[in-house]
Design a protein around this ligand. Structure first.
Ligand SMILES: [Zn+2]
Length: 325
């Protein structure tokens, strides 16, 4: 029952956005048309008076009206074009929001840990696991917003079910929602359990945001309990990490900041937790982590963006290789 309601709400939101987009198109086209008619009428009136006095004068006025009308059309044309373009852009944005993370083909069905970028620019991806969680997830979202940073959130299905309102909030902030199973199991599982751990969370993310995800992080980083193999077969990306904050063990902001900064690399993936337990030390550490990594020249990107950057780098290298051989 709940399922249907959520999906219907999602559909309704999409329809409302569509109506809004077409609304702006209609206003763009018909408002200037109305202005144009009004203008034409006001020009027409004095010509009718003139006609009663002097017919030859009226003929001159008529050709003047045609000229005015033409001028008006010329003026309106760019306005209409602008409105049409705006409506098109609104629709494209909607489409992108629904299918926003296309992963480069070379990473389908692989495990990624450290993308080892070699370019001049330094990129790093912050990832947050085990949420969404009361208070801490929203505080982390606030810090990210203040710093204009996009991150990747690997959510646990049963936690998301408790706080469904946080899913659109994460996505609307420009962040990426990804799959971290339903119950966070680390032990070996049968096929059915594996399917439901991955499937239920993916379904809930779709119901709440209208988006599908092919990014998966195995709980505890365990790669041999059936989960990683299952998602790899489905061409998902298994996202591990290269800079562990160890925030589940160290409870001081200073210590976890040092852990991240010490382990940061170009193309690295930082592991932090916004949920699954008390995470106020993570909230406290985040501004320091951002500040110190920024000082070292790092730019913050989402995991799909990091994969995209690596893909471009590899494409370039491959092209150079075939060019020289
Ligand atoms: Zn976890």
């Amino acid at each position: 029952m709940q399922k249907t309601t959520k999906f219907t709400r999602q559909k309704r939101q999409f329809l409302a956005a569509l109506v809004a987009a077409s609304g702006s198109f209609i206003v763009g086209v018909f408002l200037p048309m109305d202005m144009w008619t009004g203008r034409a009428k006001s020009v027409n009136k004095p010509s009718e008076v003139n006609a009663a006095i002097n017919t030859s004068n009226a003929a001159v006025e008529t050709s003047q009206i045609d000229k005015n009308v033409l001028q008006e059309i010329v003026k309106i044309k760019p306005a209409v074009a602008t409105k049409v373009k705006a409506s098109e852009n609104a629709l494209t944005t909607l489409e992108l929001k629904r299918f926003n993370f296309a992963i480069p083909r070379r990473f389908h069905g692989t495990v990624v840990k450290d993308l080892k970028l070699t370019g001049k620019d330094k990129y790093i991806a912050l990832t947050f696991d085990d949420g969404p969680w009361p208070k801490t997830t929203e505080m982390i979202l606030d810090t990210l917003k203040e710093n204009d940073i996009k991150a990747t959130f690997f959510v646990v299905g049963q936690h998301l079910k408790e706080r469904p309102e946080l899913a659109p909030k994460i996505v609307d902030g420009g962040h990426v929602l990804a799959n971290h199973t339903w119950n966070h199991p680390t032990y070996k599982m049968g096929k059915e359990r594996v399917e439901s751990e991955v499937g239920r969370t993916a379904e809930l993310i779709y119901e709440l945001t209208g988006m599908t995800t092919t990014l998966f992080r195995p709980p505890g980083g365990v790669l041999n309990n059936g989960l990683a193999d299952f998602v790899k077969n489905r061409k998902h990306v298994v996202v591990m990490w290269s800079a562990d904050s160890v925030d589940w063990h160290y409870m001081s902001a200073k210590e976890i900041t040092n852990n991240v900064v010490r382990r940061a690399t170009n193309g690295g993936i930082v592991l932090l937790h916004d949920g699954g337990g008390p995470r106020m030390h993570v909230v406290k550490a985040l501004p320091q982590i951002i500040e110190r990594l920024r000082k070292q020249g790092y730019k913050f990107v989402t995991v799909p963006e990091l994969l995209e950057i690596k893909d471009r780098e590899l494409n370039k290298q491959e092209k150079q290789k075939t060019g020289t051989s």
